[in-house]
Write a protein that binds this ligand. Sequence first.
Ligand SMILES: Nc1ncnc2c1ncn2[C@@H]1O[C@H](COP(=O)(O)OP(=O)(O)OP(=O)(O)O)[C@@H](O)[C@H]1O
Length: 841
Amino acid sequence: MAPTPMMQQYMQVKSDYQDAFLFFRLGDFYEMFYDDALQASQILEITLTSRGGTGDDRIPMCGVPHHAAQNYIDQLISKGHKVALCEQVEDPKTTKGMVKREVVRLITPGTHTEGKSIDSKSNMFLAAAEQLTDGFALSYVDISTGEASAMYIAGTEKALLQELQSLNIKELVVSEQLFLLLNEDSQDLVLSIEPMDFIYNADERLLSTCPEDLKLSIQRLLTYISRTQKQSLEHIQPFVFNENGQLLSIDFHSKRNLELLQSIRGGETKGTLLWLLDETVTAMGSRKLKQWLHQPLANRHLIEKRQQLVEVLIEQYFVRVELQELLKEVYDLERLSGRIAFGSASGRDLAQLRSSLEKVPTIIAELANSGHGTLANFSDKLDRCGEVCELLEAISENPPLSSKEGGVIRDGFHEKLDEYRYASRNGKDWIAQLEQEERVKTGIKSLKIGYNRIFGYFIEISKANMHLADLDRYERKQTLANAERYITPELKEKETLILTAEEESLHLEYELFVKIREEVKQYIGRIQQLASTLSELDVFMSFANVAEKYRFVKPAFNDSREISIIEGRHPVVEKMLNKQLYVPNDCVLTNSQNMLLITGPNMSGKSTYMRQVALTIVLAQIGSYVPAESANLPIVDQIFTRIGAADDLVSGQSTFMVEMLESQYAITHATERSLLLFDEIGRGTSTYDGMALAQSMIEYIHEHIGANTLFSTHYHELTALDQSLDKLSNVHVAAMEQSGKVVFLHKVKKGPADKSYGIHVAELAELPQPILERARELLASFEAENKKHVSQVEQLSFFDERDTEGEEVLQAIADINIAAMTPLQSLQLLNDLQVKLSKKE
Ligand SMILES: Nc1ncnc2c1ncn2[C@@H]1O[C@H](COP(=O)(O)OP(=O)(O)OP(=O)(O)O)[C@@H](O)[C@H]1O
């Protein structure tokens, strides 16, 4: 059987949206057909029906009511699908034949901006990537708020995928070529191909300062958005990127190891720096804080400007409390602007915008009257958006959710609208009066005038009272079980007046509303700027609260590379400690001694100490105060960590391989302005391999990079390195033996640890006594053996001028492209190196 014209129309639209569920609007429903219907009925658990034809010709079909569609769309998107919304784009009343239908929007995991599944406190980014010679260009935008960034990612596809994961990106726009490269490993990430057969003409405002190789990915991203969203992109903000090293780069591993935004295990927020810091009162503020943690600053001037505000807000306690109360009443201006740009803002959204803007003059006054220059200057940055307030005066006090049912525009704003409303209200009063009069005339107390959509207004009289009705004046319209319904000519006349007035009024009101919404659109840039400034204020106040609550101090900065943290603490571990006191520790690195080799028993606090130094730097560079008695810090350009259990079980790489990859990444990218944290390098391989690698890395960093470095190790043999490396010094985390048991002091002291206490820790873990005794015995004999080996290791002086094999070995290690090697190859290489070294002996 030939398809009906409507099914032909359906198939034509569907051919352009093969990879999406096509929601095809038919009256009050969105219908799905064929495969879409088969799949969607299962995923959404809705009834599968069919349409047209007979037997096998019947077309599978299922549908969802238009007004409840959002919930179903949410479900499909959260499972990684796309939904194309196909609407009637002509008014069926005025069209002859088939109504034209078009896809008005493609909703995808990265462009899904409405619905319950959206977390208002997190950004929802859509990203695009391009492959470069040594990595990738990545750009991303939150289309609900318009915030946009671009960056480089060094390394392989894996690095790219990890960065996407850390930014919680669900959808990546790519070329066909990149699709093929990523498809196998992309897991839950949705890859969308944008062939760029038309190119969105991006506003120079968005791109002007971006380097060329970032521009292509931005262009692909914008083209995709414009093609799928078919809406104005006016609210997209200029792409932020690390211009001239203004930002502190922290790679994916390090963010995870330091637990800045997600905990290592489970990925939740509890136990992270964000968890400690987030005392913001608006969703915008919370998002801003996350952005700052993702990209701390590396520009002293900008950091100090943030610090100044935090400082004043700490002093001005009452101003802070007042401002926080005011900010709580400001709605999400960024997401409101997004909806205005997309033309999806409701009357209620505009009322929320107005009530938020109404708070701004009070916020400005609060800042300006604080008597503090810094706050007064900051208040100058807040734009009252007076023109927008004027436009929004037209909106009524409490508009309904739907903008088409009236009640959006206030009385007295528009003369014609008032007239229609008057006519309709007047008519309704007239009807109420008529009801009274008819009751008196007929003597029927229960007589009433009702309304329904089919018969309009009618007079209803119960069967019991029929004998009292004045049937000469009434015309019977409908008979019910217990009552009769009548009309009169004058009732019908009024009805026409009321209904026309109502219809005209709704029509005019909607027109006025859309016009206002369009006019507000011109000011989106200014509203966004205001939103950004208010969210910064929110974050500054959060910093002030946190500084006060946890006794943080303002760090000073130096232009050299010196770190001096006195009595520093790990704020998150401190907060988590139950009743016990956190033991504060100093960290002092100077230009002439900028590497610490940290030894100490397991569980003594080595990694906590290293992390606390990195967190102090991160906190300082986002503009926050830091957990210490005092701190004088350099401006760091990058932080690299190789800490703790980062077993990459998912990708099947061994702990040791992950360790080597992270080390390789750090060593090849660090500069002398970076901070390196290496925790127990070499732990994952045999003792001598591990020790050799650890020592050669320390030497390489010492000679070739010069970055501030904290290196913890359980190879006590390495502590002798301070003899040959003048920038390296030993510290240890102290522990004490008390009646044969180990007591952790958590105190970092000068010099190497004298004992490893490993067996004591095993004792704490209550391993059986015979095992512990045997271990003590073995330890004694190993230590005797070891003395011989140490002297051998010390002879491995790679920088001895006569030692050409040593240099070759070192060079070979430096040349290793770990990323390109299999574990087997790396073992082979280590073996070759060992052979080379043994030849030299
Ligand atoms: N300065 C401190 N004050 C109080 N408690 C601390 C301190 N540092 C560490 N701790 C406690 O000790 C525990 C172990 O610390 P951490 O993991 O840093 O030890 P580690 O020396 O790195 O251990 P391992 O060598 O086994 O990895 C922490 O979870 C914390 O509870």
